[in-house]
Design a protein around this ligand. Sequence first.
Ligand code: HEM
Length: 445
Amino acid sequence: MPVSTPPVPHPAQAAHPPVPGADAAPAAPRVPDLAALDLTDPQTFLDVDPHAMWRRFRDESPVHWHPAGPRTPGFWVVSRYADAVAVYRDNKRFTSEKGNVLATLLQGEDSASRKMLAVTDGVRHREIRNVMLKSFAPRVLEPVVAGVHAHTRALLGRALAAGRLDFVSDVVDHIPIQTMGDLLDIPHADRPRLVEWNTRTLARHGSGDDEFESLMARNEIIMYMGELAAERRRNPGDDVLSTLAAATVDGEPLTEDEIVLNAYSLILGGDESTRTSLIGGLIALAENPEQWRRLKAGEVSADTATEEILRWTTPAMHFGRRALVDVPLGDRVVRAGDVVTLWNTSANFDERAFADPDRFDVGRSPNKHVVFGHGPHFCLGAFLGRVHVKAMVEALGSMVDDITLLGPPQRLYSNFVRAYSALPVALTARTAPDHDTPTRTGKEN
Ligand code: HEM
């Protein structure tokens, strides 16, 4: 889920924000007039019931003009599934090169444009994507997948021994970063540093001057990647960084910026989004006892439950594009140069595309969500994202009996990621022997 300039998450001041689709009785939904909602303000996503808000957008103003702010231009808000898919698919009339999230789109530019995959279009996008795709084929990733499963089970085993824990810092923070470390073959001794930089990049525990902190941390990662890339040029291995460093397109190597920014985007894009889906998945299972029972009893497959957890959590709330020409969309016309934001967090709950969308149903099928986007920029790490969620689903189903939330999840402050900084829980172990894993792994009927 890479964006070159990450949003600035910030510990939520609100201690008890609404959880998407939580079954527990939500606080009275408060949806002001659509015209009064400020989607550039992260606080909006803590204050307003997201289901009620997005339902109103979809019903009343599906292609909605969001007014300009004091320092930002206006932009389109696309909330229906079919409209979002149409824009994602159309990289001829909508470009990612002026940014792909609100933060950069509203600035009018992205510093990684035409270097990092997510903010590059056309021929160069295909060339870099083809280079990277080789490292993301499921067969190539087999050892990485085995590592994710082993690591998840080991961490969950430790969590069960502890009984009470913070699911974020004790478990989830340690999983995807290790996967990205394996993919890029980052020396084990350096990984804790990367975790710390990544944490600071996302400003998870700071306040006030977080933006500067986050910029410094981002620079540290980029400098680190630059040094590692130089080393891989001298001594190539079979990791993604070596692949990028050794790659040629029409006989020409990738530029230094292309190598470093694309390696960096894997750390940043792969880590936060995956952690968010794991954390949100545990919350959903804890709050929906019947669905947790079905999973434990093996009544649904781990694959199907994985897709529903992804839909339900939709970690990347939006992405966006800039229109290159006038394009009719719904009953409106988007003008050349306009910013268009695509709200996955609404599209995945669109009653026109999903039956009973506000119900968390681990057996949901079909489930064609847009968690990983759609079209030419479809997430390169989708397979890996799914692997992480499935590993957690299988480990929880086979090892855990009871999940109790010990306090409200602490949400981060962002209009881009639906992320968490803490989740106190109590887990109790299953008494059934571990090898009697009940969770089916085949596809549902
Ligand atoms: C692109 C979401 C995991 C790497 C995207 C996009 C979305 C997304 C929505 C499309 C962006 C756009 O259209 O502008 C997610 C979610 C994840 C996840 C929700 C986890 C649950 C990962 C992982 C990696 C990764 C694990 C790397 C190992 C990328 C890359 C792109 C991308 C490189 C750009 C693809 C392109 O532009 O061609 N992701 N992602 N993502 N993601 Fe992910």
